[in-house]
Every structure is written in C-alpha cells, then in structure tokens.
Design a protein around this ligand. Structure first.
Ligand code: R5P
Length: 292
C-alpha cells in the first residue's frame, strides 16, 4: 500500500526524516485557526487507497487533540485505507488509577478516544507503570520503540565511566537496560510525589563510585524537572560532579528547563520525541524502520 505522511504543526522535522527515509509522498493540507480559535482544515493531497501516516507528538495534548481528530476524519473521508498515528510522546499515561474517589482515570478514556479514530499507534517508551502494556487500554494495534539502545549508545560515545541513577522504581525498566547495554553500574532510588510540585527522592549511596565515575540520571519524562532537581541536590551533597541528566521525553513544563539548568546539571540531554534544544538522541531511524 502506498504511504503518504502528514505533519501536524510542530512535527515537520520528523516528517521530513520519514519522507526521506521511506522515499514516500508528503501529504498536504491547509490548517489554520479562525479568529475565534476554532480549527479550519482542508485536505489537498490524494489519499485514496493509501496508508496515511500522521505524525503528531502529544505533549500538551489538549491543544492538539481536536486537530488530530479532524485530520484523521478528513483522511478517512477521502478514502485513506489505513491511518497510522506516529506519536513519539504519548500523553495521558500518568493518571492510570483512581487515587482519590471521583477522579477520572484519564489514561483509559484517552486511549478509548484515540482508538476510535486511528488504526494503529506507534510511540516511544510510553509511561507504563501500573498499566503493563498499551494493549491493555488501547483497542488498536500498537508498536513501541525502546529508546534504551539509543541512550546507551549516546552514553558510550559521550561519557567516560558513567554510574547511572534512576530516580524512582518505574525508571528501573529504562535504567537497567541502558546500564546493561552501556556496561555501566546503576542504582535506583525511591521517590514519593506529595503533590504536582512536591517530590521527595531517597539519597543515592554511590560513594564508592565518586571520584572515578560521572553520575548520569536517567528518567523517562522530565516535566516539572523536580525529580531530577531533587536527585541532583542529594548528589551534590555527596560531592558528586559533574552531573548529566538524560530524559526520554522533554516535556519541560513552565520554567522547568531553566530551573534544571540552574540546579547544577552539567549536561541535559533528551531524545527527539518532543522537539527541544536538548534533543541530542535521535530516534528517527527506529521510527522509519517500524514504518517500513
Ligand atoms: C514518573 O513517574 C516519571 O517516571 C517521571 O519521574 C516523572 O514524570 C518526572 O516528573 P517531574 O519532572 O515533574 O518530576
């Protein structure tokens, strides 16, 4: 089936890489906002009988979701045979449980909505915690790219004698893999989140590595950056420097990036699942391979 690739605004870099990698057509559509901020969208390409690949990373999802839905609807209306969504950052994976009575388990509802209008989902390291796999909430086929081999490659090429630190128990899944690939030691801390902006992280006991190793904190999402900042505070108290922070998804809410820079991180590196100046680890090749 012929493929045609569409970029929702902000996803042009990855779409260019996919179009070049797959040697396929780039889809065209007019997209603008009316003065009242409603969306106008008009398809300009022929998609009849083709697989339409729509690229839309889903950080800040509430602003993007309707545009994605409208695009998928006009693609189907114009005869696309299959709609594949490439969403390197998949939103609404964190509220996966009712912590308090009356709360909405947004992970499930978001999965239901997306499953209703795309045929396949490709993403990178979704935040799987209490939900063990995407299949348990998504009704469509899903494919997941693991960033661990790309992160360990970056570490091997850039950091001498790393000691990896996962700031919470969920991070063990990435940190242990990255450490194995990079042939480096690792430790995982305990974290309690007491509120959106109140995080406590246990003290990393890495004395024996200090002096000979560079501490590298690895986490999946950097949002408020408090998880990283609190870990850095402990490491600095232990006399560790310089510190490297690696996040898979550069969400960086509000002023988080500046706050992380000011906290003493010597280097902040992310994967290019959300466009950001820290995107040193590119996953384009892995995405193209899955789409081939
Ligand atoms: C949480 O469970 C995740 O793995 C990350 O540790 C978390 O999302 C980081 O959030 P923040 O940057 O707001 O501390």
């Amino acid at each position: 089936m012929d493929k045609i690739v569409f970029a929702l605004p902000g996803n042009e870099q990855l779409v260019n890489a996919i179009v070049n990698g797959l040697k396929c057509e780039q889809g065209k559509f007019e997209f603008r906002r009316f003065p009242d901020e409603e969306t106008y969208i008009r398809l300009e390409s022929d998609v009849n009988g083709k697989e339409a690949i729509v690229v839309c990373t889903l950080d800040r999802p509430d602003n993007k979701f309707l545009s994605l839905y409208f695009l998928a609807e006009i693609l189907k209306d114009a005869g696309a045979d299959k709609i594949t969504l490439v969403s390197p950052y998949l939103a609404y994976m964190r509220q996966d449980k009712k912590f308090n009575p009356g709360e909405c388990v947004t992970s499930e509802h978001f999965a239901n909505l997306l499953s209703g209008f795309v045929d396949e989902l490709i993403t990178v390291d979704p935040h799987l915690h209490r939900i063990k796999s995407l299949e348990s909430i998504y009704a469509i086929p899903t494919k997941v790219i693991q960033s661990a081999p790309y992160i360990s490659k970056w570490i091997k090429e850039n950091i001498k004698n790393p000691i990896l630190i996962g700031p919470d128990i969920e991070s063990k899944q990435w940190v242990s893999e990255v450490a194995r690939d990079a042939g480096a030691p690792y430790t995982v801390l305990l974290k309690s989140r007491l509120g959106d902006k109140n995080v406590k992280v246990s003290i990393p006991h890495i004395h024996k590595y200090l002096g000979s190793c560079t501490p590298v904190i690895v986490d999946d999402i950097i949002s408020t950056a408090l998880t990283m900042i609190k870990t850095i505070e402990h490491l600095k108290e232990e006399g560790a420097k310089p510190l490297v922070c690696i996040g898979i998804h550069a969400v960086f809410a509000g002023n988080a990036y500046n706050e992380l820079k000011q906290s003493g991180a010597a280097r902040i590196v992310t994967c290019n699942t959300i466009v950001h100046e820290t995107n040193e680890i590119k996953l384009d090749a892995a995405i193209i391979k899955l789409l081939s």
